[in-house]
Design a protein. Structure first.
Length: 219
């Protein structure tokens, strides 16, 4: 049996690669797990995807990336929380989610062009079009930044949707049961005005996965 085969709740598995990649693109944070000299370590990180490669970045001295950059086995997890599921029993409480786990080897990106492309993708992951609206990394900033790549060819996805699944004999209990939907939403942009003299460009905050929720940055 493959490492990516779900044993618990296999019916919640999603094999469609496009759906798996969409979770990675929607998530603003991933959790990177590697085995360091001191033992296992899992840390939250920003990420970006270009085609079938995931990119992560950090300071050149960053511990988890330094450990990973020695061509270490790694695991990156992307979790989108869609709801809290309240059941009539404690046991049946749950969460609605879409979650992707990617396994692979972390490799340091040393080629200047690929490194630059990855850093642009990291900015674009937060807001489409943003890279052209800010200064690109200088040579010394590039040198101070470690970029690692993870090939996205071994992935699994698990997803739970829908109401609580209570036992038949619990259905008449007098407790509220249902789902509280959860979503990450952008608030109204707050402009930072620290001596900016340039005319303000009209920018739109657009996450790649939700173009209909675009907000104008200078509202
Ligand atoms: C927000 C959230 C909260 C959760 N809370 C709990 C909890 O409190 N208790 C609990 O037991 N479980 C919880 N889960 C589910 C948990 O992630 C595991 O799926 C579950 O614990 C089964 O673990 P296992 O080692 O038996 O999985 P197995 O089915 O044995 O795992 C085999 C393979 O399936 C894949 N896989 C397993 N889980 C996931 C996943 N979540 N996403 C993508 N691929 C996966 C991996 O490739 C893994 O190697 C939660 C999941 C999410 C997203």
């Amino acid at each position: 049996m493959e490492r990516t085969t779900l044993k618990r709740h296999p019916e919640r598995g999603v094999l469609d690669r496009a759906a798996q990649l969409a979770v990675i693109d929607e998530a603003l944070v991933c959790h990177l797990g590697v085995v360091t000299a001191e033992g296992p370590l899992v840390l939250p990180m920003a990420h970006a995807r270009i085609d079938d490669t995931l990119y992560l970045h950090g300071a050149i001295a960053n511990g988890i990336l330094r450990a990973g950059a020695r061509a270490n086995a790694a695991c990156a997890t992307f979790t989108l929380l869609d709801g809290l599921v309240f059941a009539r029993s404690h046991f049946a409480h749950s969460m609605n989610f879409r979650c992707v786990v990617a396994f692979g080897t972390l490799n340091e990106v040393t080629a200047r062009e690929e490194k630059q492309r990855a850093l642009v993708a990291l900015v674009e992951h937060a807001a489409r079009g943003r890279a052209a609206q800010a200064r690109a990394a200088t040579e010394s900033e590039l040198q101070a930044t470690r970029v690692v790549a993870l090939s996205l060819d071994t992935m699994s996805m698990k997803s739970r949707v829908g109401p609580p699944r209570d036992l038949e004999e619990d259905m008449r209990l007098p407790y509220w049961a249902g789902v509280i939907p959860l979503a990450t939403t952008a608030g109204a942009p707050r402009r930072e005005d620290l001596g900016a003299t340039a005319p303000e460009p009209r920018l739109r905050y657009v996450r790649p996965h939700e173009p209909d929720k675009a907000r104008t940055l200078n509202e």
